[in-house]
Design a protein around this ligand. Sequence first.
Ligand SMILES: Nc1nc2c(ncn2[C@@H]2O[C@H](COP(=O)(O)OP(=O)(O)OP(=O)(O)O)[C@@H](O)[C@H]2O)c(=O)[nH]1
Ligand SMILES: [Mg+2]
Length: 311
Amino acid sequence: MNIEDKILAGDKIACARLISMLENNEKEAEEILKKLYEKTGNAYVIGVTGSPGAGKSTLTDKMAKKLREKGFKIGILAIDPTSPFTGGAILGDRIRMTDLILDEGVFIRSMGTRGNLGGLSKATSSAIKVLDIFGCDYIFIETVGVGQSEIDIVKMADTVVMVLTPNMGDDIQAIKAGTMEIADVFAINKSDLDGADKTKFEIEMNLDLNENTDFRPKVIKVSALKNKDIDILLDAVLEHKDYQMRTGNFEKRRIDNVKQEVLDLVKENLINLIMKKAVENDLLNKLAKEVYARKKDPYTAKEELINLLLN
Ligand SMILES: Nc1nc2c(ncn2[C@@H]2O[C@H](COP(=O)(O)OP(=O)(O)OP(=O)(O)O)[C@@H](O)[C@H]2O)c(=O)[nH]1
Ligand SMILES: [Mg+2]
């Protein structure tokens, strides 16, 4: 059997292999995705984001288990830009889902920056496609932190769950400042500890200021550790899913994402083409020296490089 058929037959190893090939930017892998692309589009993607240690992995594990009980097939991608590890080296500290790993209906993988030649964002969007083809009904993408690269990644999700914890103090200010608007659902995790009501109150107050949006995110107190109120959180996710389906927002969001993806691919390809030609002719070196010596300006240099492609 070739790798395509294996993946369609539910072979996890083949799935992992194709993801690795995509991470290595292998042309053959892209060809496989081209052939199988029409089989994507069935999975619903849930982004889980929040500060380090907020309980994202524990929570993802509990949500995945609930969905497994209903017979759904699940994919989990743990994205960690600070981690050098990728693929098989996952099962360390950042993921606490050991028993799910043995479940044939669950695919788990962590993805770090190293070895991802085309960048983490591209690798993530490729991996989502592979898991979709593999037959996952729900795909979780866990991202640490709130930096721009994580935001770009979490935007690939259909629903974003922002995980907060009680007594975050200044952290909550940071969240307000930058990233509140990417959340579709807020999960106040660790609500077995004191202070969850206060955090919920603060988030609700902030949402009050934002009444001009047509969807108001739910704020749900949960405890991943105690497996408490996970159903309520999942209901809030599904409610957001229904809202999007009803209003056409789902389609709009996905089309916006495709636009971004295609443009990113074009950018990458053009740069590669220009670099290849510029290196062949030693042109980049020559131009850089000329710009340095003030014989030329950077803008003219840019035009000359672009002209390489056009001619
Ligand atoms: N008290 C309490 N502790 C929790 C809860 N959920 C998770 N934890 C603990 O918080 C710690 C971090 O949990 P993780 O699930 O690894 O958190 P994370 O956000 O995935 O962490 P990183 O991936 O490292 O950013 C662990 O020690 C968990 O046991 C909870 O609901 N209540
Ligand atoms: Mg984690």
